[in-house]
Ligand binder design. Structure first.
Ligand code: SAM
Ligand code: SF4
Length: 466
C-alpha cells in the first residue's frame, strides 16, 4: 500500500519548510534529480526506506516509480537470510550498464553494512554503499558523487544520528512506524543483526513523544514502535522511562487510537508490559514473541537466553491478562543439529500455545555468525519438509481458532479497498485481517465495527455493522 509519490513536504512535516537543508534554500521538487528506491526486508527496513525517501525529498529530489526514470537507483536490503542478500546482487546485475548513462547506483541497509566495500568489487558499477546509521548523511554523500568522487561509503554502526531525520515519507497514511531502539546486544548464534545494525541504542523518550505528537497532528491514529528487541528499550534521558511507561505515554497522546510494538524478546518481556496493556485499551491486544524453537537444547545452541519452560511462563503471564491478547511468533526449522524429536518439540509447543499467527523460516547460514561453525547441517530438502509440516500444523490451529470467532464483532481500522465492489479490508486490534462488505462509499483510514460471518485459516470475513 503506497501513497502517491508527490506528497507536499508540508504534509510530511506539518511545518511550512524544513530546517537546515536545501529545500529551505528554494530547491523545488525534482530540481536535484530523481530517485528510485526498492526495499527488501522487514518492517524496520521498510521504515528505514521511509526515512531515506524523506531525507531525499526534503533536499529537492523527486521519487519515481521506475529505475529507468531515475538519476539515482537505490536498493535497501535485508541480509537476515541468504535469499534476500542474493536478490540484491541479481537486481544490481540488471543495472550494470546504467552507470555509463550517468546514473548513480547505491546499496543501502544490512547488505551494505555486511558486505561493505566488497560490493564495489562484486558490482563495480555501484558507487554508493551506506548502512542504516548513516542515512542522514546521504545528501552529502550524493553531493560528493556529483562532484566527481567515484565511490563513497557510510558504514558507521553506532552513531546517535540513526533516529533523527527531519522528514520521513511514510507509506501508510494511517499507521506510522517509529524506531525507538536500534541495533541489538543479544547474540543469537544464527543472526547477522548485531553485525549489520550494530550495538543497541535507544532513542530519547522526549524525542519519541515529540514525533508521536507530530504524527497525531498529521492525522495518523495508529503508531507502531519498532526495534529488534523493542522491549529492551532503555531511555537514555534523565527520565529513565521504562518501556511500559513509554507505551502508556504514547497512548495518552491526543489523536492516537492504537499503539503496537514489535519485536519483543522473551527474556525482557516483563509483567509491567502486560499490566500496561491491561490498563490502557489503546495498547493493542497483540504481542509478537518469537520463540525460534520448542527445544531447550536447540534454544541453548541458538543462545536464545531462555528455556522452553521459561518461554511458556511468559506465555502464561500474557494469557492470564484481564483481556485476551493475541500472540504471534517466529520459528526457525533445521537449525544445525536439530533432531527429529527436537523438531517435534517445536510442533508440540505450537499445539500448546496455539499462536494466532506464525512466521517460519528455514535456517540460513549467515556470514560471521557462530552457528556457521556448527556441525550437522540439516540438508535443504529436510529443512523444506520440516517447514511444510510446521506450516500445516499452524494452518490447522488457525482454522480452528478462526472458526470460534464467527458471530463476534470487532473494531477494524480500514486499510484497503478490494477491486470487487463494496469489499474492504482492515485490521482488528489483535492484528487479525478482516475482509468485509460495506455499502459506504469512503471508509479508508476510519474505524468501523465489523460483524464476522465466516472464517478461513488466514483471515476472517464479515459485514460492516451499523
Ligand atoms: N529480533 C527479533 C527476535 O529476536 O526475535 C527477530 C529479528 S529477525 C529480523 C526476524 C526473524 O528472522 C527471527 O525471529 C528469526 O526467526 C529469523 N532469522 C534470523 N536469522 C535467521 C537465519 N540465519 N536463518 C533463518 N531465519 C533467521
Ligand atoms: Fe538477531 Fe537475536 Fe538480536 Fe533478534 S535478538 S536481532 S534474533 S541477535
Amino acid at each position: 500500500m503506497s501513497r502517491p509519490f508527490d506528497i507536499g513536504l508540508e504534509t510530511l512535516t506539518g511545518q511550512p519548510l524544513l530546517s537546515g537543508n536545501v529545500a529551505r534554500q528554494g530547491v523545488g521538487a525534482g530540481q536535484r534529480g530523481t530517485f528510485f528506491l526498492e526495499t527488501f526486508g522487514c518492517q524496520m527496513n521498510d521504515h528505514d526506506s521511509e526515512k531515506v525517501a524523506g531525507v531525499l525529498l526534503s533536499r529537492g529530489y523527486r521519487q519515481v516509480e521506475k529505475p529507468e526514470a531515475a538519476s539515482l537507483i537505490l536498493y535497501n536490503t535485508c541480509s537476515i537470510r541468504e535469499k534476500a542478500a542474493q536478490k540484491v546482487f541479481s537486481r544490481l546485475g540488471e543495472y550494470r550498464d546504467k552507470q555509463a548513462e550517468g546514473k548513480i547506483i547505491g546499496v543501502l541497509g544490512c547488505v551494505a553494512q555486511q558486505e561493505g566495500e566488497d560490493i564495489f568489487t562484486r558490482a563495480p558499477w555501484v558507487s554508493l554503499v551506506c548502512g542504516s546509521a548513516s542515512y542522514s548523511k546521504l545528501p552529502e554523500m550524493i553531493a560528493q558523487l556529483e562532484a566527481g568522487n567515484h565511490r563513497v561509503t557510510g558504514l558507521d554502526t553506532d552513531t546517535d544520528e540513526t533516529f533523527e531525520t527531519d522528514v520521513t515519507r511514510r507509506d501508510n497514511p494511517w499507521r506510522a512506524y517509529l524506531t525507538i531502539i536500534e541495533g541489538c546486544d543479544k547474540a543469537c548464534s544464527y543472526c547477522v543483526v548485531p553485525y549489520t545494525r550494530g550495538p543497541e541504542r535507544s532513542r530519547a523518550s522526549d524525542s519519541i513523544l515529540r514525533e508521536v505528537r507530530q504524527l497525531a497532528d498529521l492525522g495518523y491514529s495508529e503508531v507502531q514502535l519498532l526495534g529488534q528487541t523493542v522491549n529492551s528499550y532503555a531511555d537514555p534521558t534523565a527520565r529513565r522511562m521504562r518501556f511500559s511507561e513509554l507505551l502508556l505515554a504514547v497512548a495518552e497522546v491526543e489523536g492516537i487510537r492504537r499503539v503496537r510494538f514489535t519485536t519483543s524478546h522473551p527474556s525482557d518481556f516483563t509483567r509491567d508490559i502486560v499490566e500496561a496493556i491491561e490498563s490502557q485499551p489503546k495498547l493493542c491486544d497483540h504481542v509478537h514473541l518469537p520463540v525460534q524453537s520448542g527445544s531447550t537444547r536447540v534454544l541453548r545452541a541458538m543462545q536464545r537466553t531462555y528455556s522452553r519452560e521459561e518461554y511458556l511462563e511468559k506465555i502464561a503471564m500474557i494469557r492470564n491478562a484481564s483481556r485476551p491478547i493475541a500472540i504471534t511468533t517466529d520459528v526457525i526449522v533445521g537449525f544445525p543439529g536439530e533432531t527429529e524429536s527436537e523438531f517435534e518439540e517445536t510442533l508440540s509447543l505450537l499445539s500448546e500455545v496455539k499462536y494466532h499467527n506464525l512466521f517460519s523460516f528455514k535456517y540460513s547460514p549467515r556470514p560471521n555468525t557462530p552457528s556457521l561453525a556448527m556441525r550437522d547441517m540439516i540438508p535443504e530438502e529436510e529443512k523444506g519438509r520440516r517447514l511444510a509440516v510446521l506450516q500445516e500444523r499452524q494452518r490447522e490451529i488457525q482454522t480452528v481458532q478462526h472458526a470460534t470467532l464467527v458471530g463476534e464483532t470487532f473494531e477494524v481500522l480500514v486499510s484497503g479497498k478490494s477491486r470487487r465492489e463494496n469489499q474492504w479490508f482492515g485490521y482488528s486490534t489483535s492484528h487479525r485481517v478482516i475482509n468485509f462488505t460495506s455499502q459506504a462509499t469512503e471508509l479508508l483510514g476510519t474505524y468501523v465495527q465489523v460483524h464476522v460471518t465466516g472464517a478461513g485459516p488466514n483471515n476472517l470475513v464479515g459485514e460492516h455493522a451499523a
